[in-house]
Design a protein around this ligand. Structure first.
Ligand code: ZN
Length: 304
């Protein structure tokens, strides 16, 4: 089952000619989630051929424009094109009023179920818990209330041991029950234990989205052992002072967080428009944490 992150935008504050503000699509076991929605996100969805009708939830980390200014436009298009399935939006408390005011002033009636869920920046909280995954919101340290998000897959079904099952001529009709952990009773009444017919499910995978924040050590505990860590890296470390002033991070901060939390893979993003060439940001992180990558738009990262 897929668990992958597609980068739609990787710029901080202002876009550049080839970089859009923050947005990502997270596909977690065929549920599509839009993470942040900077200006131009709907164009990026078109560009990468991802249908907005497949998106079931949108998460907004905070209310700086580079993370949500694309939302009204995207919602207007969704409304215009006649969606009727619900759309869940998770974000800071004022977001609901901001969106609804906009539609009220433009005389637009929202014709599909739009459900708002408030995130909190004072304490971590489990905000989604379904049969496939959990999402935890995590307070970050930025100039305004901001949360990161941790996506944790739940343990999947057991894998059929085809050889063992074929050896006993077990009909396919029983495979679903076997995957769910049940034993098999053959026509003669002999019980075959599940452990002899299936293998353990794949290890659950996890993804953390951390943008925007200054570096703070306590974050590591919240994302301990994460498989894929996206961490903002707005400035090179030579601008560490500027990063501290503006509550942002550098590639060194991101790599240190990857090390501290025991992350397996690091993706850097949210780059300042001042950098045309992003290689120095990547090199800076790789000195400390080799498995680092750039959030280049269009790149799809597998969580495994
Ligand atoms: Zn930002």
């Amino acid at each position: 089952m897929p668990f992958e992150v597609t980068i739609l935008g990787c710029s901080s504050a202002t876009p550049t000619a080839d970089r859009h503000p923050s947005a990502q699509i997270i596909n977690i076991r065929d549920t599509l989630i839009l993470m942040d929605c900077g200006e131009g996100t709907q164009n990026q969805l078109l560009h990468y051929r991802i249908s907005h009708s497949r998106i079931s939830a949108i998460f907004i980390s905070h209310l700086h424009g580079d993370h949500y200014l694309g939302l009204n436009g995207l919602l207007a298009t969704i409304n215009f094109q006649g969606r009727n399935t619900p759309l869940d939006i998770y974000g800071p408390e004022p977001l609901e009023k901001m969106i609804l005011d906009h539609f009220n002033y433009s005389g637009t009636r929202i014709k599909f179920p739009l459900r708002f869920h408030v995130t909190h920046d004072r304490h971590a909280a489990c905000i989604v818990d379904n049969e496939k995954f959990r999402v935890k919101s995590i307070p970050l340290q930025h100039r305004i209330p901001t949360t990161g998000f941790l996506f944790q897959e739940k343990e999947g079904l057991r894998h059929i041991n085809v050889q063992a099952c074929e050896g006993l001529n077990i009909p396919y009709i029983h495979f679903q029950e076997l995957k769910e952990g049940k034993d098999y009773t053959d026509p003669e009444g002999n019980v075959h234990p599940n452990s002899a017919l299936t293998d353990a499910p794949s290890a659950p995978r996890s993804y953390a989205y951390i943008s925007d924040t200054r570096f703070f050590e306590e974050l590591a505990e919240q994302i301990r052992g994460v498989d894929l860590l996206y961490h903002e890296s707005t400035f090179l470390h030579e601008l560490k002072e500027r990063a501290i002033e503006t509550f942002h991070s550098t590639p060194v901060d991101a790599a240190q967080m990857a090390l501290l939390s025991g992350a397996k893979q690091l993706v850097l993003g949210h780059f300042s428009a001042r950098y045309r060439d992003l290689t120095p940001l990547l090199s800076e992180a790789q000195v400390l944490f080799e498995n680092s990558h750039l959030a280049i738009e269009g790149t799809r990262f597998n969580v495994d």
